[in-house]
Every structure is written in C-alpha cells, then in structure tokens.
Design a protein around this ligand. Structure first.
Ligand code: ATP
Length: 367
C-alpha cells in the first residue's frame, strides 16, 4: 500500500514513516572495528548525510546499508523489511537501493543512454526507452545521450551517474562523496541542484561526505561521525549553533574557543566581556569553561569594546573573513560585510553578539 506522507497531503499530521532503520550496527575489517553500535532512522522522502573526518566509518555504514558489508551486531531494515542481520544479508541487487559513487563509476564503453539503461534490463525495450528518455530529460542530458563518458564534463558525468542510479526507481538512494571530483563552484551548484531534484521527486537519500558544505546543501538531518559512532544527529542549523560536543563545534564551521569563568547560573566572564546565556548553563559558579565564538558572532562596531588588529583577510564576495588579534592577545575570526573593507595591519573595533551561547567545561589539565 502506498502511503502519502502527511506533509504533502494536508491531512492531520501522522507520525513520519521510516524508510530506513539502522539498529545498533557494528562492523569490522578483520581485527579492526570500523563502526560501533550505530543507529539511525531515515523517514520517507528525507535526505540525510553522514559527515565526518576521513576514516571515521562513513563509507562502511553506507556499504552495510547497500548490502556490501556484513554486520557484527544489530540489523538494517528497508521499508520495514530486514535486509541485514548478523550472519544474514539480502543481496545488494534485491534491496532496491541506488548507489552513486565518488568516481561516478560509469561504464566507459557505453554511451550516456546505455549507461542509464544498464540497470533496467528487467524492463521491456519500450519501458526502458521511456524510462531512459524521462531521466535524460529530467537531468538535462538529452543533447548528450549518444556521447561516451570521456566526452562529458565532470558535472555531466555526475548527472549520468545519478540518472543511472535513479532510473530503476530505487526506494533509497545512497551517495558516497558524490561531489568530491567536482571543482568548488560546480560542487555548490550540483549540491543544490541534486537536493532540489531529490526533494521534487520525494526520494529518500543517505549521502556520506567529509565536506560540511555538501552535507548542509543536501541534508535535512546530518549525523556527525567520529571513530565509528554518530556524535550528534541534528539539523545543519543546530549543528552550527548548538553543537553538543567540543568535537562537533570544532569540526562544523569556523570559530574559536574563548576561555571564561561561569558567574551565577547563566553568565560567562571572559577577557572580551561578559556573555549571557538565555538558558541556565547548569555549571557551578567559577567553573572554567570555553565559549564557542563563531565569525558571525563578532560584529564590526566603531564604538565596540574590542580593539583588534587585522592579521589576515579572505574576501568572500558579500563578506570578508578577518583573522583579528585583540589587545588581550586573543585570535578571533570575524565575518564582516565586505563594505567594511580593512587591510592587514589596520586597527578595528568590534563587539560580540552571541545569540546562542555554546559553553564547554574546560578539560582539567593533566600535570
Ligand atoms: P574516508 O572519508 O577516508 O573514505 P570513511 O569515514 O568513509 O573514510 P571508512 O572507509 O568507513 O571511513 O573506514 C573506517 C575504518 O575502517 C578506517 O579506520 C579504515 O582504515 C578501515 N578500513 C576501511 N576499509 C578497509 C579495508 N578494506 N580493510 C581494512 N580496513 C579498512
């Protein structure tokens, strides 16, 4: 039975239906453990990303979902059907999962049209023709249908890989670093384009990447991974503004950690001024802490209390990212609108405007 998600039907909201459930899985390679007791749920039509540094286990999770890697513990369910258990796996081709790889993995001797048709052998010739024509159209590839992969640009190859994965109408699309071979500009463009296309077609997708821009462009939810586990599963907004650990705060976005001391229940005293939280910090007074200061928390203000010198600048179009050294010898990153145009060595005044105070208790130093 096909259930239309409530958010499209206008019906009273129903609980979202999971399409993919990964329950407490662990995986290893011979003696090395790569994934530890990891769980995640992806609802129908949702796009999620696993984001983390090289070697944290992202690809292993994706391979386990695709059916290429066995489980040591736990289980994987697609569309309510168990597809992986300890010692038992439904083969990849029977999972209705489409895959897009980092290197696109197109068949070099097949044309674009033939590449897209390669996963449709179970269909009649007429159905194949219709399905391929539809994908060529949707991906803007009709003009290139008879070309071979080496005659295409990186972005076009990427689109063919996506078209080939989507043509058999998979329940779930898995993408492993799909944009990493593209240059920066194309990468951002493709990230947005793919995200729009998946949303329009209501396709459920899991992508793994080490690039937070890719993750933020595509992920409704993003799981930040380290050492084979998900450290925080959250929206891109919350990962940036409310990271739950020092690792996530450091890995996501730019920023510095400003030392301070808790005062009362919701204030932190720092050498750049007092910072107030709108919530109880749940830390005892006088606890030594670090406050996350993002570049957009530092505001250019000629009357501001912070006096600093520009050490570095990176022009970003509408904004300029400055590295500032304050009179207190603290390095700050500051994102100012680019009409506030300072040169290296200039003195600037600024103030902190921190909407979401993110505070971590300072680790005790081992003596
Ligand atoms: P990357 O972003 O570099 O692809 P990743 O986060 O996807 O990394 P995995 O490829 O899942 O990480 O690897 C997780 C761990 O498993 C790493 O420590 C890696 O060295 C190890 N590993 C991966 N593949 C193999 C293999 N074929 N044999 C042995 N160990 C492996």
């Amino acid at each position: 039975m096909q259930v239309t998600p409530a958010r499209h039907s206008g019906a009273p909201s129903k609980a979202p239906r999971p399409l993919l459930e990964v329950r407490n899985i662990s995986c290893n390679y011979e003696l090395e453990r790569a994934v530890f007791d990891l769980s995640l749920t992806v609802n129908r039509g949702e796009q999620v990303c696993l984001l983390g540094p090289s070697g944290c286990g992202k690809t292993t999770v994706l391979r386990a979902i695709a059916g290429f890697h066995p489980l040591l513990t736990g289980g994987i369910f697609i569309n309510d059907q168990q597809v992986s258990a300890v010692g038992a796996m439904v083969p990849p081709e029977a999972r209705r999962v489409g895959m897009v790889f980092q290197d696109h993995a197109l068949f070099p001797h097949l044309s674009v049209r033939q590449n897209i048709a390669s996963g449709l052998r179970q269909l009649s010739a007429h159905e194949q023709k219709t399905a391929v024509g539809d994908m060529l159209d949707r991906m803007g590839l009709s003009r290139h249908a008879e070309k071979y992969p080496h005659e295409l640009s990186g972005g076009q190859q990427q689109r063919v890989a996506l078209a080939r994965a989507l043509a058999p109408k998979p329940l779930l699309l898995l993408m492993d670093e799909p944009f990493s071979n593209l240059d920066q500009e194309l990468r951002e463009h493709m990230g947005q384009e793919v995200s729009d296309m998946l949303k329009e077609s209501d396709i459920t997708c899991v992508m793994v990447t080490h690039d937070q821009n890719d993750a933020f462009a595509l992920g409704d939810q993003v799981g930040v991974m380290a050492d084979g586990a998900i450290i925080q599963w959250d929206t891109p907004y919350n990962l940036y503004h409310q990271p739950r650990t020092h690792f996530v705060a450091d890995f996501i976005g730019n920023g510095i950690f400003l030392p301070g001391t808790v005062s009362g229940t919701s204030r932190v005293v720092t050498s750049l001024g007092d910072l107030d939280s709108n919530a109880d910090l749940e830390l005892a007074a006088d606890t030594l802490v670090e406050v996350l200061i993002r570049p957009d928390d530092v505001v250019h203000d000629p009357d501001g209390p912070i006096q600093a010198t520009v050490r570095r600048r990176a022009f970003k179009g509408a904004e300029i990212m400055y590295t500032l050294r304050t009179a207190e010898d603290i390095t700050l990153l500051a994102l100012f609108p680019s009409h506030a145009n300072f040169e290296i060595g200039d003195d600037v005044s600024a103030r902190l405007a921190v909407d979401h105070l993110v505070v971590f208790q300072k680790e005790a130093e081992i003596t």
